[in-house]
Write a protein that binds this ligand. Structure first.
Ligand code: HEM
Length: 480
């Protein structure tokens, strides 16, 4: 086989063939399908990595996955995009069919065309300019939690955090104040939170039955998608109207949706209506679960580690005085310990523990020859919880992320936002949101409890992103 490109650290030994890799024994036809519970897939493939090593294989019916977990190999794979690796064709087709064929799922020229637009809409300059709106949304969020604290009611933590993240994303990317935080009506999240689990289910399904027959769950999904299409059309319509009323915005769009609509309307543009609506939905989906679930994990971990919580609280209250949240953008940069808590949370509880790539042209990675078309499942957590890279690896120790050479090298091992040309463009926004929410929480309240359904450890559930199962937060007013 021709090796068009050697993606990883060179090894003297000849590359192994996929057929020679170890892996769990499967059944004829089904492969390992029966050994996998969908919502615990990440834990199963991590357990197999402990048994079979940094490169192994498994099969779901006829689809074979090569699983890799060496951090240098993973970084090399993620950097070798878009020419040698890309997102899988199954993801691309399934996301297109569900109406969000945007930046996350696209490949090739479509991805190249969209990436700069999305990057500039989410860059640090835009986030700085957006800060007053971020404060407004955080203020509403504080009032919502004050009402819950005064009434002594338990907060559905993830559902509330998703109200926050969707309001923020819509404000930044679409210039729209959807204010789901203060809404008692049916909110867009009711529809959004059905999409990623449905996508995940379809990505793993052994048979793509929905092309031939629709079950009640598929018909319900169609209804959610229809409601979302209407919301997305509304955002796009409002942006079109702003461009018509203020033509100067075509050259200097104030947000992502205006940039995309202006590009679509340019003569001879390669940007399609589908690109615009696909990316609007992509922003909502990519920005909602990831940040909300990371925040939920962070609040859970802080509650379980009183010493870290005390230090974070001291930092926040020392910096803000009697203010309920950061008053200017620069203050976000001073929340070093809170930021360290975010990195430590993402190390132990990465909301994207799996990143599946498909080989574009014959190559080699981690000493394994990979023909074009091979699916490579990158496991992002094993190295991040390995003593080799992080002493006392299972412990929650945010201080390990405070400045110093080891913090920099740690960032190369734990890659919660991915790496290379397709690294998450929303990472600056995500960190800003996380610092705002944690600062607001610790400035206003003391955490009384974070309850799990069975009173034990928070359980992990994978539905494309990895979330804690059903956390309930109880707050007391500060010093109350
Ligand atoms: C804690 C929060 C977040 C985490 C952990 C996270 C994680 C990730 C990861 C792991 C990827 C794949 C990167 C790769 O393949 O190398 C990704 C891609 C992406 N993320 Fe995020 N993300 C977060 C928040 C956000 C936010 C707030 C937005 C936007 C509002 C966003 C938008 C995207 C988009 C559009 C992509 C696709 C990029 C591409 O394929 O070129 N993410 N994210």
């Amino acid at each position: 086989m021709a090796l068009a490109d050697n993606t990883t650290t060179s090894t003297a030994a000849p590359a192994r063939r996929i057929a020679d890799l170890p892996g769990p024994r499967g059944l004829p036809l089904l492969g390992n399908a029966l050994q996998i519970e969908r919502d615990r897939l990440h834990q199963q493939v991590e357990a197999w990595a402990r048994e079979y090593g940094e490169a192994y294989r498994f099969r779901i019916t006829s689809r074979e996955f090569v699983v890799m977990s060496n951090p240098e190999t993973l970084a090399a794979i993620l950097r070798a995009r878009p020419d040698t690796f890309e997102r899988t064709s199954r993801l691309n087709q399934t996301a297109q069919a569900l109406g969000f064929g945007g930046l996350f799922s696209s490949n090739g020229d479509t991805w190249r065309r969209q990436r700069p637009m999305v990057l500039s809409g989410l860059d640090p300059t835009h986030i700085k300019a957006f800060f007053p709106t971020l404060q407004k949304v955080t203020d509403r969020f504080a009032r919502r939690w004050q009402r819950a604290a005064q009434a002594g009611t338990a907060i559905d933590l993830q559902a509330d955090l998703m109200r926050y993240t969707v309001d923020v994303t819509a404000g930044l990317a679409f210039g729209t104040d959807i204010n789901t935080i203060e809404s008692d009506q049916e909110v867009i999240q009711t529809h959004l939170d059905k999409i990623l689990p449905a996508l995940f289910k379809r990505l793993l399904a052994p048979v793509q039955y929905w092309h031939y027959v629709k079950l009640p769950a598929d018909r319900a999904l169609d209804r959610h998608l229809q409601a979302l299409r209407e919301a997305v059309d509304g955002f796009i319509g409002a942006a079109r109207q702003r461009l018509a009323e203020q033509p100067a915005l075509r050259e200097h769009p104030s947000n992502l949706i205006e940039a995309m609509v202006a590009a679509r309307e340019r003569e001879g543009s390669a940007v399609t209506d589908g690109d615009v609506s696909g990316n609007v939905l992509t922003m909502l989906l990519a920005g909602e679960d990831t940040t909300a679930n990371t925040l939920a994990w962070m609040i859970w971990l802080l509650h379980r580690h009183p010493e870290a919580a005390r230090r974070a609280t001291e930092e926040v209250r020392g910096l803000l005085g009697s203010a309920g949240q950061p008053l200017h953008h620069e203050q976000l940069r001073e929340l070093d310990f809170v930021e360290a808590c975010a990195h430590e949370t993402m190390r132990l509880k990465p909301v994207a523990p799996l990143n599946i790539q498909q080989v574009v042209r014959d190559t080699e990675a981690g000493g394994v020859a990979l023909p074009a078309g091979t699916m490579v499942m990158c496991l992002m957590r094993p190295a991040a919880v390995d003593e080799k890279h992080f002493p006392d690896a299972q412990a929650f120790k945010p201080e390990r992320w405070l400045a110093g050479p080891s913090a920099t090298s740690s960032k190369r091992v734990a890659m919660p936002f991915g790496a290379g040309p397709r690294i998450c463009p929303g990472r600056y926004l995500a960190l800003a949101e996380m610092k705002m929410v944690i600062a607001m929480l610790l400035a206003h309240f003391d955490i009384a409890a974070v309850d799990t359904p069975d009173g034990g450890e928070a359980r992990e559930r994978l539905a494309l992103t990895m979330s804690p199962v059903d956390l309930r937060l109880r707050l007391k007013p500060r010093g109350g």
